[in-house]
Write a protein that binds this ligand. Structure first.
Ligand code: ADP
Ligand code: MG
Ligand code: ZN
Length: 606
């Protein structure tokens, strides 16, 4: 199996769970594979497709992705085609004819095609070995992306009860999972769920102060690399692109208000590496599988953790280290609260409010970002320090918080356990606000008791007391804080208690220049190879990553393979790519080695 993986796809080893899913598929079982974006789901049906005798039918909702997927397969010498509304009728007949004759291994179709009766006839005429349903959550109304056309798939199962189905999704909720199995009538399916941790992504939350300056610095660190900057509004994406251009960056905008043609054009410029920065609303991303995005910035924090994780998931799909930076400010928080209050439907308003609150807790929390997100998705993250988020990377000293913690807990109790952090801190700071005076809280002994902490520091300490379970916070926008049993015990016993020092000035966390686990490759050679890759891609009108991914280029710029035998061992180089591109790339490496006198390193066998 490893040999097939190398010959056809050029990869040396399977990603977690790929092997298991593939084994189940080859046994003829129905399967459900739940894997994080970038986890490598496609391979789970593409490799079996090569082993099975007949045709593998792949149903996918994303027309724009089909062409890239098929181009990628063809570049590896695999006969693949796609049928959707962009393909002419005569070409469709042609494709169906060659499929019936067994000349096609993998056929991608849009779900609406299944409702066409001539297509059903075609399916009966062809030797169908496997049915793959990509983005399978689209069949469920519980999912975030229900597509009525996916209901056509029920018929597919009815007509082909003995053809195994593999369904794939990145949506983890148990409800959606169950629904997929039910809707597709999967028989005793084998279910494989991979961890949602993406350990190649570094996750940073930074204060939105001088944020444009910070952004410029980030973009300089990622010069020439693909970056997505998610903005709050359509107008902001345009403004951002203009401002970045003024600073000499190659940036464009993307949002739902643009015409379909303009959107396609800008998306294409980004995918084909003609422009490396795209300033977008969340409308951007669904239809792209660009594997080498190295930076995802949220210039304003997103509306939910689900959305956030999906958006940062677009970074580093190829497994190389990539950076995710979110800018957080109280101003943005208030902006959201304002917009949220405009939602008319009460239930909807409440749900949206809860999701935003979860996001705010994530940003304000002092717990490992990775752990916070994974816990939110119901996954148990065992490590306390992930070593790759702003919380874990930033060494912060602790201080004796016994006294301030006592003051905060007492204030919560005295004011009746029904206010939020803001109110508590106003009372402690002795603010003569109307509400405080009316409620008589300005007469309490805790009123004005705190002089030596700023509002911001108090907010951070309260958040830490919540994380440490001394305080309990109700959910929602107007969260009420009360003291837990643990907090009460602490007040009685008066034991000393340490907390992390609140951050006054943000400590800058430097991205590691040579990131752990990455090859220290030759940047000059990489650049030469990159230019060649783009030249070839342009001549074939495909995105550069279809020729070779960054992982392959970096390996070439590390080992300097000067013969075809050495080149063949580079990851991502399969039989077909060796034959088609070997000479050219080896030629460039040779030229470079002759000129600079560097010594090639033998490429290890795996
Ligand atoms: P998903 O559909 O789960 O989001 P993809 O199937 O698009 O993920 O794969 C993401 C990236 O990982 C692609 O660039 C793919 O070529 C790469 N990939 C998949 N499997 C492997 C592997 N075993 N070794 C190296 N790269 C892989
Ligand atoms: Mg996919
Ligand atoms: Zn962490």
């Amino acid at each position: 199996m490893e040999k097939l993986l190398k010959t056809h796809f050029g990869f040396d080893r399977f990603r977690p769970l790929q092997r298991k899913v593939i084994d189940d598929v080859l046994e003829g079982r129905d399967t459900l594979a739940v894997m994080m974006t970038g986890g490598g789901k496609s391979l789970c049906y593409q490799l079996p497709a090569l082993i099975f005798e007949g045709l593998t039918l792949v149903v996918s909702p994303l027309i724009s992705l089909m062409k890239d997927q098929v181009d990628a397969l063809r570049a590896n010498g695999i006969n693949a085609e796609f049928i959707n509304s962009s393909v002419s009728n005569s070409l469709i007949s042609e494709i169906m004819r060659s499929a019936v004759e067994g000349e096609i291994k993998i056929l991608y179709v849009a779900p609406e095609r299944l409702a066409v009766s001539s297509f059903q006839d075609f399916l009966r005429a062809v030797n169908l070995s496997l049915i793959a349903i990509d983005e399978a959550h689209c069949i469920s109304e519980w999912g975030h992306d229900f597509r009525p056309d996916y209901r056509n798939l029920k018929r597919l199962r009815r007509n082909f009860p003995y053809v195994p189905i593999i369904s794939l999704t990145a949506t983890a909720t148990a409800q959606v999972r169950k629904d997929i199995i039910k809707q597709l009538s999967l028989q005793r399916p084998s279910i494989s769920i991979s961890s949602f941790d993406r350990d190649n992504l570094s996750i940073f939350v930074r204060r939105k102060q001088n944020s444009f300056g910070k952004l410029l610095k980030l973009l300089q660190d990622h010069k020439n690399e693909a970056a997505i900057i998610y903005c709050f509004s359509r107008a902001e994406t345009e403004k951002m692109a203009v401002n970045l251009k003024k600073e000499g960056f190659n940036a464009i905008a993307y949002h739902g208000g643009m015409s379909a043609g303009a959107r396609r054009k800008n998306q294409d410029l980004f995918i084909k590496d003609k422009v490396n920065i795209i300033c977008a609303t969340i409308a951007f991303g669904m239809g792209i599988d660009k594997p080498d995005v190295r930076l995802v910035v949220h210039y304003t924090f997103p509306k939910s953790i689900e959305g956030y994780y999906q958006e940062i998931g677009r970074a580093g799909r190829d497994g190389l280290k990539s950076e995710c930076v979110l800018f957080y400010s109280l101003g943005d928080k208030h902006k959201y609260e304002y917009f949220n209050n405009e939602i008319e439907d009460a239930v909807e308003r409440r749900n949206a409010g809860l999701k935003i609150q979860n996001m705010i807790d994530f940003c304000e929390g002092n717990v490992c970002r990775r752990k916070t997100v994974l816990t939110y998705f119901g996954e148990n993250y065992a490590k306390d320090n992930c070593g790759n988020c702003d919380v874990c990377l930033c060494e912060r000293s602790t201080f004796d918080a016994t006294e301030i913690a006592q003051k905060i807990l007492s204030c919560v109790i005295r004011t009746g356990s029904r206010f939020g952090a803001k109110y508590i801190s106003d009372v402690l700071k002795g603010r003569k606000l109307k509400r405080i005076i009316e409620l008589g809280h300005s007469n309490l002994s805790v009123f004005g008791l705190v002089k030596d902490y700023s509002d911001d520091e108090l907010r951070q300490i309260i958040q830490q007391l919540v994380s440490a379970n001394y305080l309990i916070k109700t959910e929602g926008q107007y969260a009420q804080i009360s003291v837990s049993n643990l907090g009460n015990r602490f007040l009685k016993k008066k034991e000393s208690f340490f907390l992390l020092k609140p951050k006054e000035e943000e400590v800058e966390v430097k991205p590691l220049v040579t990131r752990k686990g990455d090859l220290e490759y030759d940047l000059d050679l990489f650049e030469l190879l990159r230019v060649e890759r783009r030249k070839i891609a342009d001549s074939k009108s495909v995105p550069p990553f279809i020729i070779f991914g960054d992982v392959s280029l970096r390996a070439m710029a590390y080992y300097y393979p000067t013969s075809l035998e050495e080149f063949a061992k580079i990851t991502g180089v399969g039989k077909q790519k060796l034959a088609r591109f070997g000479e050219v790339f080896v030629g460039i490496v040779k030229g470079f080695v002759d000129e600079t006198g560097v010594l090639p390193i033998e490429v290890p066998e795996k």
